[in-house]
Design a protein around this ligand. Structure first.
Ligand code: DC
Length: 237
């Protein structure tokens, strides 16, 4: 939709942006599966960088040290037995990056220029051939402003907080619903008010509100939009 509608070698570049807890990971995974595309969870990449900085004891205010780490960082997203694994400099950090502390730390680290530049380059490389579903905050606005289909997925703050709470509780984490709703609101504020690549909807994105809708309803409407674009390109009848 946004681009000049030129097919890419491996298919569409699909951007799914939106605030935390809107259900991006779930629909990105299912959409990628339906289309036979690769799912790229860019939030997981930022989380992995935050984790590496934390492990190395680097203060996020020390931009020179952050830059040095970013120049050597190697983050891979792999799917093993149906689950996404995040490998940072050779170590599987999939579970380690999903704690509430890492969420807050990532929100801070993802506002740093050297981190954003390194991740943007990596994401552009990973998506260059198309056939990808990238989920994040700035995919349709900054990383792939020429993405073929852009979605902005949202849901009410209460619903997003409740979903995050259930996710964390299912993983056995000791959190309260109230704390989780507050943390979601805090991160929204940090993510949308930062100077670099703040969370905002691209002018040509399709707004999808997942509040009160089933995953299947949301997914079906997204698949339809992608198939329409493929038809317009003449790559699918
Ligand atoms: O989607 P998530 O909750 O895993 O994202 C973790 C943090 O990374 C969140 O604070 C927003 C930030 N992020 C970002 O700044 N840009 C992206 N493209 C993806 C995530």
């Amino acid at each position: 939709m946004a681009s000049a509608l030129r097919p890419r070698p491996d298919g569409l570049v699909i951007a799914i942006d939106g605030p935390s807890g809107a259900g991006k990971s779930t629909v990105a995974h299912l959409l990628a599966e339906r289309l036979g595309y690769l799912q790229i969870d860019t939030g997981a990449m930022y989380r992995a960088v935050a984790w590496l900085l934390d492990q190395a004891g680097i203060d996020p205010d020390n931009l020179e040290a952050v830059k040095r780490l970013c120049s050597t960082v190697d983050i891979r997203l792999e799917r093993q037995a149906g689950l996404q694994r995040v490998i940072a400099n050779g170590q599987d950090v999939s579970a380690l990056i999903r704690t509430p502390e890492m969420s807050l730390m990532t929100s801070r680290v993802s506002a740093l220029r050297p981190v954003r530049e390194a991740m943007m380059q990596a994401q552009r490389r990973m998506g260059a051939r198309g056939g990808v579903v990238l989920e994040g905050r700035d995919i349709g606005t900054v990383v792939f402003p020429d993405a073929d289909v852009k979605f902005f997925l949202s849901a009410s703050a209460e619903e997003r907080g409740r979903r995050r709470y259930l996710e964390l509780a299912a993983r056995g984490q000791q959190v309260t619903l109230e704390e989780t709703v507050r943390a979601v609101a805090e991160r929204d504020l940090q993510d949308s008010q930062r100077d670099l690549a703040p969370l905002r909807m691209a002018a040509d994105a399709i707004a999808v509100d997942s509040s009160g809708r089933t995953v299947d309803e949301v997914l079906d409407s997204m698949v339809d939009a992608c198939r329409n674009t493929l038809r317009t390109m003449g790559t699918e009848s």
